[in-house]
Design a protein around this ligand. Structure first.
Ligand code: FES
Ligand code: FES
Length: 156
């Protein structure tokens, strides 16, 4: 069945079954491999993308549920104000270790900062708790989110 989806500002027509997870449409049909497969069961956060600005798990999101919503992936998050701040902070704090989880981490952190420019520790815990990092980069992730939020506070 044909679906037209909006990804990173561009419309794409894809011919897949309606229950195909968004993750596989992004990766296998559109060739956008920045979004990762981890568990396939909404347990790890590696597949996180934004749908109308909200962080969702693309591994359990059927393509037929997307409709006209705007999808943003790691490939374009740097073009958003919050995403640009998060990515800069990630580099400044040298957050990444193996990198596998980091697309999802950045997508969750960017959604948090876009909706809550001054997150508390509890807000950060709540927003990031579904994103697992086997390398244990959590301390640097928290520091980077706080750095990005400080920049927000300074009007940058
Ligand atoms: S691959 Fe989607 S949450 Fe793990
Ligand atoms: S950086 Fe390796 S899993 Fe997170």
């Amino acid at each position: 069945m044909a679906f037209t989806i909006k990804v990173n500002g561009n419309s794409h027509s894809v011919d897949v079954d309606g229950d195909t997870p968004l993750l596989w449409v992004l990766r296998d049909v559109l060739g956008m491999t920045g979004t990762k497969f981890g568990c396939g069961m909404a347990l790890c956060g590696a597949c996180t993308v934004h749908v109308d600005g909200a962080a969702i798990r693309s591994c359990i999101t059927p393509i037929e549920s997307i409709g006209d919503s705007a999808i943003t992936t790691i490939e374009a998050i740097g073009a958003t104000p919050a995403g640009a701040r998060i990515q800069k902070a990630w580099l400044d704090r040298e957050v990444v270790q193996c990198g596998y989880c980091q697309s999802g981490q950045i997508m969750s952190a960017s959604a948090l900062l876009a909706s809550n420019p001054h997150p508390t520790d509890a807000d950060i815990d709540n927003a990031m708790s579904g994103n697992i990092c086997r390398c244990g980069t959590y301390v640097r992730i928290r520091a980077a989110i706080k750095q990005a939020a400080q920049v927000t506070g300074q009007g940058g």
